[in-house]
Ligand binder design. Sequence first.
Ligand code: ADP
Ligand code: DP6
Length: 325
Amino acid sequence: MTNKSTARAHTNIALIKYWGKANQELIIPTNDSLSLTLDQFYTDTTVEFDANLNGDQLVLNNQLITGKMATKTSAFLDLIRNMASIDTPAKITSINHVPTAAGLASSASAFAALAAAGSDAAGLALSRTELSRLARRGSGSATRSIFGGFAEWIAGDSDANSYAQPFQENVTMDIQMLTVVVDATEKKIGSRAGMQHALSTSPFFKTWVTESAKDLVTIKEAIKRADFATIGEIAENNALQMHAINLSAKPGFTYFNGATIQLLNIVQELRQQGIPAYATMDAGPNVKIISQSTDTETISNAIKSVFPTVTLEVAKPGPGISFLN
Ligand code: ADP
Ligand code: DP6
């Protein structure tokens, strides 16, 4: 058995969000979701099983990690060890080419890369569907990062039938996410706790689930006909609905900060000027502007005029999982 493997997984940003679990332990979502995998942001992870180690070791961005993050990684490796019938500890070395826990989907690329590297190092030859199911157990959004381009996570109702599948892996239409990083520090409320609180206490949660199902049907049709404006409109509205669920929870909360609202206003103003730009936000204040390459300069200038020092990155559709062995 090869006991060492390295995999690269790219992050994905949902256009139809996953926000709520029907089963917390197995990470089965309350609704289907759909995302775009991005080329600019990714995680490289090496897993090496080594009988000489006293326990698992996690080194992230060249720093030895202990505590909750390390425990979560070990619990995930236990799933792999169970599947492979081994009990060998492992050294995990990972580099995030994306800010960690800032709402830019590091958990998606992290657990997709860990699923691929870990299962390969343990000698398991998993299919992409099996990898997607496994990655899901680490972090729901990771299930979609196994695939490139537009990927759809079918919620299912059991471990066996909850996984992502490609919707359109080779994206030929002009679509990009202009990422505006207003704050790259770790969020205070993780997605896991945030979505559970919203599900348990927002009076609008059921409506969120039914509206998302409708949004999914419409956006899939729009993707098929490369209708950029409809994709953007639905994605922005779906994101705002997800954040409305948080505001309406008891007690209410938000991932937005002042800059998020300012950026939402800039995007609206751009649209009034005829520039097709749409915003999406995840569990953090940073804004991803769904846009077309022809408008990069205009949008960047509009943002820089209000936030002269902000970090802007343009991400295009990216690939699915790959091995770097
Ligand atoms: P994000 O918005 O970045 O996805 P989350 O709070 O959803 O934020 O997930 C961040 C968590 O994902 C971290 O706290 C950690 O547990 C895990 N994580 C991120 N990167 C890695 C990595 N490279 N290896 C292992 N775990 C990671
Ligand atoms: C807002 O996948 O990070 O990014 O499954 O609890 O690990 P866990 O949550 P996570 O949540 C992602 C939520 C989101 C929307 C999305 O990616 O669909």
